[in-house]
Design a protein around this ligand. Structure first.
Ligand code: C5P
Length: 239
């Protein structure tokens, strides 16, 4: 059973999701519910996972005014999610207000506190596109990611989602207790799809990732269980 592999259930086919969870639940503890399954199936998909005793990362990447994000996160707590994401570029106040709200709801309603994670710069964005998007920026992607990670940490978030290539710098500036969750994982020689800043599971773990998020290399594999087991083996050998 791996606690460090998070499988992204990026599918709009409920039968496929249920089949994947059936096959993987004895070896994978954490599943990521992002925009695709949540838009198609709503909170029901979270209840389905929680009833099986599994852990849920709710990855809706909130990016809105502080009140909206804080109230949405309170709602997510009622569903029992274990991790949830918001964009660090939503700003310090958005993150800080959410941290406070989650803490109050946890005390008052005795609900467990989910880990709050900040999205830094999407792993599909490369250096050239980054410059296109933000114009004449002085920072590289790596400097931008470290800046956003430090902002998230100062607002009280538990960690960030960042590409494998930025793990070492985030560790250096944010310390060993700050969680780093890393998508953009591809095994040696595999198609990178729309990801730009990728790394193998072993290298991401060695670089200091706490969790790795894997979608298509597992859910689109002919044998998802075998694909997951190979990645878990790599994680165990590297950690
Ligand atoms: O299929 P693949 O392994 O590329 O899926 C990666 C997952 O991680 C997707 O669900 C994607 O939304 C998510 N993600 C990402 N980059 C981020 C944050 C989340 O790829 N910065």
């Amino acid at each position: 059973m791996s606690e460090r592999l998070i499988v992204a259930l990026d599918s709009n086919d409920i039968n496929k999701i249920k089949m994947l969870v059936d096959r993987l639940q004895n070896v994978v503890k954490y599943f990521k519910v992002g925009a695709i399954p949540f838009t198609c199936f709503g909170p029901e998909i979270i209840r389905f996972l929680k009833e099986r005793g599994l852990k849920v990362m709710l990855d809706l990447k909130y990016h809105d005014i502080p009140n909206t994000v804080a109230r949405a996160c309170e709602g997510a707590m009622e569903l029992g999610v274990d991790m949830l994401t918001m964009h660090t570029s939503g700003g310090f106040m958005m993150m800080e207000e959410t941290v406070k709200a989650v803490s109050i709801v946890s005390d008052v309603k005795k609900l467990p506190k989910p880990k709050l994670l900040g999205i830094t710069t999407l792993t599909s964005i490369d250096e050239a596109y980054f410059k296109d998007l933000f114009g004449d920026v002085k920072r590289t992607i790596e400097e931008q990611v470290v800046f956003l990670a430090r902002l998230a940490q100062s607002a009280g978030l538990d960690g960030v989602v960042a590409s494998p290539q930025e793990i070492e710098s985030i560790r250096k500036y944010c310390g060993k207790d700050f969680l780093i969750v890393t998508p953009g994982i591809r095994t040696e020689g595999e198609m990178i799809d729309d990801q730009a800043r990728t790394m193998t599971p072993a290298r991401a773990i060695k670089a200091g990732a706490d969790f790795i998020v894997v979608g298509r290399p597992i859910i689109a594999a002919k044998d998802p269980l075998n694909a997951a087991k190979n990645i878990i083996k790599e994680i165990e050998n590297a950690g």
